[in-house]
Design a protein around this ligand. Structure first.
Ligand SMILES: Nc1ncnc2c1ncn2[C@@H]1O[C@H](COP(=O)(O)OP(=O)(O)OP(=O)(O)O)[C@@H](O)[C@H]1O
Length: 257
């Protein structure tokens, strides 16, 4: 089936039981582009991301991935197209870091019964890229929150999908790893031509690193576009009810309050 937009969301509304949470959300997503979704708590960011990940029961004909309705895609086909890094995760079992990253290869290994050299190579490369070599044999239930977060991001990278969705991926990371993970996501996005979509609360990171952002409020997209045009003092006041100042210094922009 033909398509013009690799990932397309059209007129998407969604409710949990009787509570309407998303209202006519729309977005076109292209490869090689890093997208941010920002907005206040409870504005529907995670719900939208979960619908795009196929985790919530998506209405028919609202999300198309390479021309196919996500609603009709078999789970394993979807798992080769989209990886998802959730906001909350707990790892109760004593798997090693390396084993958890290998779990990202699940869609390619006939449910882990046929792990090939390609899968081992991919895991090795991911361990290196995400700076997790020194932790590879550690048990994930004994890691710090930040270390675990890097492992879950690494698992998504090893899954090698066209689309990577992340829900606040840097919230537990110190500034060094925040920088490293954002730089890695941008590099993967550019060099491997992926669509990366991340919910981000840090407006300065969103401003300086995303190519395109969606600003949400109460289940609606209020504005979308290039960060510098969207994260204006007026728009931030409208969406967050907060007076901020914008400082622009050469190629860096800072929002302060
Ligand atoms: N599983 C659920 N069942 C019922 N209501 C839910 C569920 N998940 C979220 N909600 C509600 O839907 C609304 C949007 O939640 P959502 O998690 O999508 O917002 P968010 O913008 O990601 O918020 P945050 O920034 O706090 O993570 C909220 O009112 C929330 O209480």
């Amino acid at each position: 089936m033909g398509y013009e937009v690799p990932l397309q969301v059209k007129n998407l509304s969604f409710a949990y039981d009787k509570q309407d949470v998303l209202h006519q959300v729309e977005g076109d997503f292209y490869q090689g582009t890093f997208y941010g979704i920002a907005g206040p708590n409870g504005s529907g960011k995670s719900t939208w991301l979960k619908l795009m990940a196929g985790l919530n029961n998506c209405p028919h004909n609202r999300i198309h991935i390479f021309g196919q309705d996500i609603h009709k895609m078999p789970r394993m086909t979807l798992a080769k197209k989209i990886s998802f890094v959730p906001q909350m995760f707990n790892m109760k079992y004593a798997f090693t870091v390396e084993e958890v990253i290998m779990m990202g290869r699940y869609p390619y290994t006939n449910r882990m019964t046929n792990i090939t050299q390609e899968d081992y190579d991919k895991v090795e490369k991911t361990l290196f890229e995400t700076n997790l070599m020194s932790l590879r044999n550690r048990h994930v239930n004994e890691l710090s929150g930040g270390e675990l977060q890097r492992v879950v991001i690494a698992r998504a990278i090893a899954q090698d999908t066209d689309i990577i969705l992340l829900d606040e991926p840097i919230s537990h990371l110190d500034v060094h790893y925040q920088f490293e993970i954002i730089a890695l996501l941008k590099e993967i996005c550019r060099n491997q031509n992926k669509i990366v979509i991340s919910v981000l609360h840090d407006l300065n990171i969103t401003m300086n690193h995303c190519d395109h952002i969606f600003l949400m409020k109460e289940g609606r997209i209020i504005k979308q576009g290039e960060p510098l045009k969207i994260l204006t003092e007026e728009n931030i006041d409208e969406v967050y009810n907060l007076k901020v100042n914008m400082l622009i210094n050469h190629d860096k922009k800072w929002i302060t309050w």
